[in-house]
Design a protein around this ligand. Sequence first.
Ligand code: PLP
Length: 495
Amino acid sequence: MYISTRGGNDSFSAAAAIKTGMAPDGGLLVPEVVPCLEKTFLDKLVGLDYHQRAAEILKLFLDDYSASEIESCLKAAYNSKKFDHAAIAPVVSLSEGVSVLELWHGPTSAFKDMALQLLPQLLSLALKKTGETDQIAILVATSGDTGKAALEGFRDVDQTQIVVFYPYLGVSKIQELQMVTQEGKNVTVAAVKGNFDDTQTGVKTIFNDLQYGKELERHGVKLSSANSINWGRLLPQIVYYFSAYADMVKTGRIRQGQALNFVVPTGNFGNILAGYYAKLMGLPVHKLICAANNNNVLTEFLRTGVYNRERDFYKTLSPSMDILISSNLERLLYLVTGDSTKVSCWMRELSGKGQYQVDAECLAAIQQSFWSDWVSDDITLKTIQRVFKQYNYVMDPHTAVAWKAYENYQEETGDTTQTVVVSTASPFKFSDSVLDAVGGQASKEKNEFDVLRELAALTDWAIPAPLANLENKKIRHTTVGNKEDMPNLVKQAVI
Ligand SMILES: *Cc1c(COP(=O)(O)O)cnc(C)c1O
């Protein structure tokens, strides 16, 4: 069963947890017990493919889904039509001690696909299991990556509708094209005049308008969200930590039982938290290295125990990590302390005073597993350039942040544990910065597809097909509205 980090009395089946998304007391849902694996489990994984590995992990957390249901969800989520690599999440070794786990072979070329391909499948079954007869309308406000990944994941999924809002002129040209060309019977995309905060506030206002919600329900529609606090988004991410470990054993880079470090470019703390769950389950993980950009609230927290969101917000070259409130950290605090009273208190301080400080015992427990550093834009570009020169490997800015944070870690600690850097986006998704870093020039006037082609020519890497194909896709969504229009746009889309 799943329970709240804030201690509410309700408990939820896996299906109910995935359908609900958030606990009624405002907390996040976590499994009551974390399954602990025997050593033979890891032996078994080595010989399996990604689907089979995923099935082994998922069944531990989804008591109320049958083996064949899990199998059909996995088939629909991770297949050769959607992923351009047979291994789904391949591990590439760059040097003696460092390998890269590539999580960007899915339909939108970023790691959000790993979760957002599977979540809609799990949710659609959850609706059947909980006897839900209403349509579920997923509302998303996006600053770029999540919107497209959610659209791809939910397109044509039974009993769901998806509505995505993005800030007009506030996302990259490629990101905009990815969204406005979206196909599918149940999808709506609209631009909102304003910045991302306006868009997000618009969505929150809709969620909080009880009367509006009741009106939709009279038409058989319930609202839900697909953001990363849903357990159904975290769970698929646990799988690739195990899979990477099994691959490292399979290729002889580590012995079974030998520990690994993982370095994770971090924003909302979802990805790295999945790694921590893997560790709690018994995966031999030495350190989880949390890499941040100039928005370094997490680095400060992991070093001092003080979380302070009252600080300047920077727009960086790694925009998916431009976050000041990392929602999933609440789950870590609960896992480490087991104390929902403390967690509730800290979260109240965060929303009231903008900061909180954990006690020394909690900080020490966190620091046993986590280490953190942050990297500036300037150093990020230099890292992309250096890694390309040295290894002929092209990193996107988020991955480069992780690479550099690891170098800093090694310098500070001298730790020689084998390490896996988690790569969260294809370099072509952030082609302007990457082209500049590897010796080209991405001026503002240049057509975005020319930038992709130039990057491909310079690096000898192939442009991912879904990005290359955008050039010939029909524009299907042209709505541009004001924030005030959002409730009506949703109604038109889902009723
Ligand atoms: C979302 C995202 C991240 C941050 O992941 P979290 O789970 O939010 O910590 C990092 N890199 C890329 C490319 C992303 O899209």
